[in-house]
Design a protein around this ligand. Structure first.
Ligand SMILES: *[C@@H]1O[C@H](CO)[C@@H](O)[C@H](O)[C@H]1NC(C)=O
Ligand SMILES: *[C@@H]1O[C@H](CO)[C@@H](O)[C@H](O)[C@H]1NC(C)=O
Length: 303
């Protein structure tokens, strides 16, 4: 009887606050030399998450590892955005820290998901592979249909899509690629990446080089896409291949919901309501950068 109570106690505690309907996702800021601040987050990633029922807390890459580690313990998920960075300085070191914190949390039984888009996809690949495994390629400003692997339809990432949404992503050229580095499918297959990730979709660059466009962790709730789901609804750069069709907006919105659903599955929360308020991105006002032909209509900057 005592032993039964003890076992119930352990599982009871694991189950306590193991989910939330008030998820807060940490989005990592990127270095910038802008007049407005030292780091930035494109507002499209924030809106992408907000439209799916989450709030966003910026993780400033300029903060100390200690501050970031403390903040992480209150967050329900983490997102690495796209952008331009050499992935050899402080920003990448912070991504490595956050990646480790995500693995540690999941190993403790706390289901904390991580999402990487474009540069975020590349960073996650490099962390798992333990080196720079990218190949130069020709895939900027091009929208394509995802060439799905047989595993995709029942995956965590794409399994929640309706048949119509799945057909949109897999048959219509709606996923914007905007990168000059590719993770070749050959590289994926012959590295530790194939053990860590399930390959979900591939594409070919303008020269026919096949690269990984979507993948998810086998054991961990880690999702990485080389393309830009946040751009269909929220970015309007003129002279761009971004598709704004109704069906594309619906399909990418469903993917955001899938990620936020994963983030609802842990009970991380701030110690106080005041600490929560202080953390949220609503303490900052985005700048209308689209007026100056930026890739981003609105951008958050941090001192
Ligand atoms: C990162 O790589 C770039 C390009 O190769 C180089 O110019 C820069 O000095 C490197 N930065 C660090 C911190 O090593
Ligand atoms: C981007 O692609 C679109 C669609 O193919 C094209 O109309 C546009 O001119 C391209 N923009 C640039 C800067 O190449």
């Amino acid at each position: 009887m005592l032993r039964l109570l003890f076992i119930l106690g352990i599982f009871g505690c694991l189950a306590c606050a193991s989910s939330t309907d008030r998820p807060i996702i940490g989005v990592l800021s990127l270095p910038t030399k802008s007049q407005y601040g030292r780091s930035y987050i494109a507002a499209s990633y924030v809106k992408f998450l907000e439209a799916a029922g989450a709030r966003v807390a910026p993780i400033k890459y300029t903060d100390s590892f200690e501050t970031i580690t403390n903040l992480f313990s209150s967050l329900n998920g983490v997102l690495f955005t796209g952008g331009g960075d050499e992935l050899n300085g402080t920003y990448f070191a912070v991504e490595q820290l956050l990646f480790k914190l995500v693995l540690d949390a999941n190993n403790r039984g706390e289901h904390v998901p991580l999402w990487g888009t474009c540069l975020g996809f590349e960073a996650i690949s490099m962390i798992v592979a333990g080196g720079d495994i990218r190949t130069f390629c020709d895939a900027e400003n091009i929208s394509m249909a995802l060439e799905m692997e047989p595993t995709a339809r029942n995956s965590r990432l794409f399994g929640g899509l309706t048949d119509t949404e799945y057909r949109t992503l897999s048959q219509k050229p709606v996923t914007l690629n905007n990168h000059q580095w590719c993770l070749k499918t050959d590289t994926f297959a012959s590295s530790s990446l194939a053990e860590f990730f399930t390959l979900l979709s591939t594409n070919a660059d303008r020269a026919g080089m096949r690269f990984v466009s979507s993948m998810e962790g086998k054991k961990y709730p880690i999702f990485a896409v080389q393309w830009h789901p946040e751009k269909n609804p929220y970015e309007w750069l003129e002279d761009s291949a971004i598709v704004h069709s109704d069906e594309s907006v619906g399909a990418v919105g469903s993917l955001a919901r899938t990620f936020v659903r994963e983030a609802r599955q842990n009970g991380h929360h701030f110690a106080t309501l005041d600490a929560e308020w202080q953390s949220l991105i609503w303490n900052y006002s985005p700048v209308y950068t689209g007026k100056t032909h930026s890739d981003f209509e609105q951008t958050y900057f941090f001192a």
